[in-house]
Design a binder for this molecule. Structure first.
Ligand SMILES: NC(=O)c1ccc[n+]([C@@H]2O[C@H](COP(=O)([O-])OP(=O)(O)OC[C@H]3O[C@@H](n4cnc5c(N)ncnc54)[C@H](OP(=O)(O)O)[C@@H]3O)[C@@H](O)[C@H]2O)c1
Length: 268
């Protein structure tokens, strides 16, 4: 099987590298296409996959095509791709807001997957939600899932509404975590810790809490009850968050991202 990644940006390179490192594909069966000659030159020096700047040289030989360009480049890209595609090929797009229907119509092919990864894909800890068109076979579905999982984990959803919803949870979610980390580090600095100590106090707290959560069947609420004893320090902090409606504000923020994802889709 040959895979072509279109777009050698952050996400395209992440997937190209993850797929070429995985045992799913034979060496040199990952191709990458980008329209920037400078980027091609630097990639040719460092990369262990074949790099192309002309679509005619790589698209027809790809079994699976992974689109990782910005959504506003999609119309131009689809027009160039259409005459070179055949019905046997599978398209996976990670472009925010571009629907399965739009891709099928613009590309004139049926086997299409819409996926929404997130930034930790860069370190193999990503989470991708995805939906496939009905024409994707069971074996193709398995291949798609395995390829997406080279950057972490994935969930398959049955409606594109969930792709926009997952943008509000996992797509934009790393920034919410950074927001929380930043606030805790600021508090640590104000309490007198050095920058280095603030960083290690906060990052190890996050890593430890996530590890505890992952290694147990307990819900976040149960963990909070375990940590917070009546009249204690943690209870004082959690009560302060409840009094300030932090939970509702976080929910509101996630919905703001969800709604913006829907809006962006309509704008495109
Ligand atoms: N970053 C994330 O966390 C994240 C998460 C989920 C989904 N996504 C999606 O992933 C996609 C890629 O994001 P990114 O941050 O990796 O973008 P990026 O860094 O801008 O990379 C896109 C690359 O594609 C190239 N390109 C544009 N049009 C092309 C064409 N017609 N043929 C070949 N190459 C072309 C661009 O070249 P130029 O620079 O010359 O235009 C650029 O090198 C976006 O659609 C985004 O919605 C990103």
């Amino acid at each position: 099987m040959k895979v072509l990644v279109i777009g050698a940006g952050n996400m395209g390179l992440t997937y190209a590298e993850a797929m070429s490192r995985s045992k799913l594909l034979k060496k040199r069966n990952v191709m990458i296409l980008d329209n920037s000659p400078e980027k091609i030159l630097s990639l040719e020096k460092i990369s262990h996959f074949d790099v192309f700047k002309d679509m005619e040289d790589c698209l027809p030989q790809a079994d699976l095509v992974f689109i990782a360009v910005k959504p506003y480049h999609s119309a131009n890209l689809f027009a160039k791709m259409k005459p070179l595609l055949n019905q046997g090929q599978v398209i996976i797009s990670i472009m925010a807001g571009i629907t399965i229907k739009t891709m099928k119509e613009a590309l004139g092919i049926d086997k299409v997957v819409r996926a929404m990864p997130n930034l930790p894909a860069q370190v193999g800890k990503g989470i991708t939600s995805y939906m496939t068109s009905d024409e994707i076979s069971r074996i193709e579905l398995l291949t798609v899932e395995n390829l997406l999982d080279t950057t972490g984990k994935s969930i398959r959803v049955q409606s594109e509404n969930y792709i926009d919803a997952s943008t509000g949870i996992s797509g934009s979610g790393p920034a919410y975590v950074f927001y929380f980390m930043h606030s805790m580090m600021e508090a640590a600095l104000k309490m007198g810790f050095s920058k280095i100590d603030s960083k290690v106090l906060v990052s190890q707290t996050f890593e430890g809490a996530v590890e505890l959560f992952n290694q147990s069947d307990l819900s976040p609420n149960s963990w909070m009850d375990k940590v917070a004893s009546k009249g204690g320090t943690t209870r004082a902090a959690l009560d302060s968050m409840d009094d300030n409606n932090v939970k509702e504000l976080i929910e509101e923020a996630a919905y703001a991202a969800f709604n913006r994802a829907v809006e962006l889709g309509k704008e495109i």
